[in-house]
Design a protein around this ligand. Structure first.
Ligand SMILES: CCCCCCCCCCCCCCCC(=O)SCCNC(=O)CCNC(=O)[C@H](O)C(C)(C)COP(=O)(O)OP(=O)(O)OC[C@H]1O[C@@H](n2cnc3c(N)ncnc32)[C@H](O)[C@@H]1OP(=O)(O)O
Length: 460
């Protein structure tokens, strides 16, 4: 296993910091307290850099000025998703002797997180609605994050001293969004600003289907042509996923490879969960796939048959008696799939693939045994004289390894199981895993797809 390093991330974070812009965003009236000394300050300012807006995957510099020396304050964040669900985080801080507070230098004293966490107010958000996952549906609009500074350390906060609203965007400047309806292919292609050609990537999500675009749109901001590909429960595609026909995915690969703005000869694949399993199947059956990143995928067909021409891979047996209950009343299905070493016909024939692989694994994935699957794929590839894949394991990370700063979704409704299940993961290590995984997959694709490390300016 390759240990991951976070040093690179810190360096890139520092490079992205822009110039300081202090803006007093809200000045509440002074407290009337009958002569008692209070901490509330009328001249506190909250500064967020970049100013006013940024890309979702970009780090922020958050600081407060104009507080009293050593003043205790609580910082709060809130975001409303497109379904109206609220996500919140808060942390207690103490200003320095000069009445300042910089989240890059001042540790949180408790709350949704503690310690030095400059981005904790984003990644530590929790949904107000239980088991709700933060999903961005329309990438053409930003999420608005409201930040507040409150006097004192009371859980519900004291007087509001300052407030800022910051837009987090999913389309970097100049990135183009092109809906695709070609033959049977239903997708959205994101192209970096011209001129191309750009290395091409197909992006696949998992059970639930639909067409989620936010990862593809963010990745296009890093110099890739990324096509978010729907495969069921979208438009005129099948409503369910009884059989996954590789011919559909082949059509999508051919479409992207022949696109005038996509650099050849081969393309990349990115898939999470069921999307990782399908990416593995595509890399095993189809031609023209140079590189694949599988995030917590399976090496077995799960829940449906995979077919290509006259071959079929049947799904592994479900071991219903292995479903356990957690103390929180959630189902834990991690042991509920038969091993593909037993159900050998369900093992995707990865040995046929000449694709370079990167496996990103949450070691606390409770959806299924991602680490075991990655290890078995590695063994199978090497036993057939193929290149050893890169495997990066993240301790205490769960199933949904998303782009940076998405809050952990540690439990939720699983549409295949029909019940709420645990997905695993602890907020802090999961957040660190997301940050590292995002860098690792970009580095891997740039290397394998032969591109220069082009970045679209995140300035919006
Ligand atoms: C006892 C038996 C044992 C069996 C033991 C078997 C073991 C078995 C092992 C596991 C095997 C796994 C194998 C693959 C593991 C993956 O693949 S994990 C899943 C990864 N999936 C993804 O990342 C794709 C997610 N995409 C989606 O879920 C859909 O595209 C979206 C985003 C929900 C949008 O779809 P849509 O049709 O527009 O959704 P919408 O109508 O708004 O809502 C549909 C439902 O989703 C819910 N929903 C919508 N938004 C959200 C949200 N933000 N948060 C939470 N829920 C939401 C809604 O409430 C709604 O539910 P209902 O009201 O119908 O109950």
């Amino acid at each position: 296993m390759v240990a991951s390093s976070f040093a690179v991330l810190r360096a890139s974070r520092l490079c992205q910091q822009g110039w300081k812009s202090w803006a007093r965003l809200l000045v509440p009236p002074p407290l009337s307290t009958g002569g008692w000394t209070t901490w509330a300050r009328t001249n506190a300012t909250l500064s967020v850099e970049p100013e006013a807006r940024s890309c979702w995957d970009e780090p922020l510099s958050i600081s407060v000025r104009g507080l009293a020396p050593e003043q205790p304050v609580t910082l709060r964040s809130v975001l409303r998703d497109e379904k109206g669900a609220l996500f919140r985080a808060h942390a207690r801080y103490r200003a320095d002797a000069g009445g300042e507070l910089d989240l890059a230098r001042t540790p949180a004293l408790g709350g949704s997180f503690s310690g030095l966490e400059p981005m904790g107010l984003l990644w530590a958000m929790e949904p107000e609605r239980p088991l709700w996952r933060l999903i961005k549906r329309d990438v053409q609009t930003p999420f608005e994050v409201e930040l507040e500074v409150l006097d004192g350390h009371e859980p519900d906060g004291g007087q509001r001293l300052a407030r800022a609203v910051h837009e987090r965007h999913f389309l970097a400047p100049g990135v183009r969004r092109v809906p695709v309806r070609e033959g049977r292919v239903r997708a959205t292609l994101f192209l970096p600003p011209e001129p191309g050609p750009f290395p091409g990537i197909i992006d696949l999500f998992g059970v639930g289907g639909g067409l989620l675009e936010y990862r593809a749109s963010l990745l296009a901001g890093k110099g890739f042509a990324v096509m978010a590909l729907a495969y069921y429960n979208y438009d005129d595609l099948p409503k369910n996923m009884e059989t996954m026909h590789m011919e559909y995915f082949e059509e999508a690969v051919n479409y992207l490879r022949s696109h005038p703005e996509v650099k050849g000869p081969g393309i990349g694949l990115l898939g999470i969960s069921k999307g990782g399993e399908l990416g593995l199947a595509m890399a095993s059956f189809l031609k023209g796939i140079t590189a694949a990143v599988v995030i917590n995928g399976s090496v077995a067909a799960v829940g449906n048959t995979i077919s290509y021409k006259d071959e079929t891979i049947p799904p592994v047996t479900i071991l219903r008696n292995q479903v356990k209950m957690t103390k929180d009343g959630l189902k834990d299905v991690v042991d509920a799939l038969q091993s593909p070493l037993v159900d050998k016909k369900s093992f995707i024939p990865v040995e046929r693939s000449d694709t370079a692989f990167l496996f990103l694994v949450g070691q606390d994935d409770h959806n299924w045994k991602s680490e075991f699957y990655a290890d078995e794929i590695s063994k199978r590839l090497q036993a057939h004289g193929k290149e050893k894949p890169q495997i990066i394991c993240y301790p205490a990370a769960g199933h949904y390894i998303e782009p940076p700063y998405f809050p952990l979704c540690s439990a939720g409704m699983h549409l295949l199981v029909g019940a709420n299940i645990t997905f695993g993961g602890e907020p802090k290590p999961h957040a660190m895993a997301q940050l590292d995984a995002w860098q690792q997959l970009q580095t891997f694709f740039h290397k394998q797809l032969g591109s220069e490390c082009l970045h679209v300016s995140p300035k919006i």
